[in-house]
Design a protein around this ligand. Structure first.
Ligand SMILES: Nc1ncnc2c1ncn2[C@@H]1O[C@H](COP(=O)(O)OP(=O)(O)OP(=O)(O)O)[C@@H](O)[C@H]1O
Length: 236
């Protein structure tokens, strides 16, 4: 089933930004929300993760409705924000234990996965470090380890590659593909369209709070009279 967004209406202080937005992200698919600055991508993601007030419409994940079953819905999702959100007083290991607990997942069975991810992102041996000791990119990697360590039905990522080195970007693409192969629905926003062609199943183009296009990279290019090898020039 995956994520279903139906007739979503959302905004800020009486100002409607998203109106009548509908889309779905089936289990096992990677979908990218793309569009120019201010198109409403982050606002849409905020609604999908259950932050922000829903002015209309409905959102459900594998049949769990966000409004009527918020706890059941949120336990199924993992979220990687654009800016890392870490608690100053918690160590790296404490953040990861907390994440597993919040998702109701057994620490013992998941810790070997955590160790694998820490080593992949070269954070092993730093489990006792506090956020103040980490660089910007390392903080982002902590968010990645936390999100990929939990079993989730939906993975939501806002601008996944910001601040990551080239090696970490490749690892992140491989991890997203692996998650999707295991049946997770993946929804992300990105401005790096040519890179996204490597791993995205379909694109949703947002313009002024509405989906103006949904389809593959080739179809997206055609819809804007561009060639598939220059998606980064889509809006020029
Ligand atoms: N906290 C806020 N309060 C008021 N208006 C906001 C707020 N956040 C975003 N907006 C407005 O909502 C609209 C959509 O913004 P949003 O951040 O969703 O766009 P975006 O597509 O994610 O842009 P970007 O590519 O720059 O990240 C914009 O007009 C923006 O000014």
């Amino acid at each position: 089933m995956g994520l279903q967004v139906n007739n979503l209406k959302a905004g800020y202080a009486g100002h409607v930004v998203i109106d009548d937005l509908s889309f779905s992200v089936p289990n096992g698919q990677i979908v990218a929300l793309v569009g120019l600055n201010g198109a409403g991508k982050s606002t849409t993601l905020k609604q999908v993760i259950g932050q922000g007030r829903l002015l209309g419409g409905s959102i459900s994940l594998d049949g769990r409705d966000l409004t009527s079953q918020p706890f059941e819905y949120k336990q199924l999702l993992a979220y990687i924000p654009e800016q890392p959100i870490l608690y100053d007083e918690l160590t790296l290991a404490e953040h990861l234990h907390l994440m597993l607990e919040a998702h109701g997942q057994d620490d013992k069975t998941h810790w070997s996965r955590v160790e694998e991810l820490l080593s992949m992102f070269r954070l092993n041996g730093k489990e006792h470090w506090l956020p103040i000791h980490f660089s910007k990119g390392m903080k982002q990697k902590v968010m990645l380890v936390a999100a990929f360590a939990v079993d989730s039905q939906l993975l939501v990522i806002d601008e996944p590659f910001l601040g990551l080195d080239v090696l970490a970007q490749k690892q992140l693409i491989a991890l997203m593909k692996e998650k999707a192969q295991n049946g997770t629905a993946v929804l992300l926003t990105t401005h790096l369209l040519d890179q996204a062609k490597q791993y995205v199943d379909s694109f949703l183009l947002l313009e002024e709070g509405r989906v103006s296009f949904a389809g593959s990279a080739e179809e997206l290019a055609q819809s804007k009279n561009k060639t598939n090898d220059s998606l980064d020039d889509l809006f020029s």
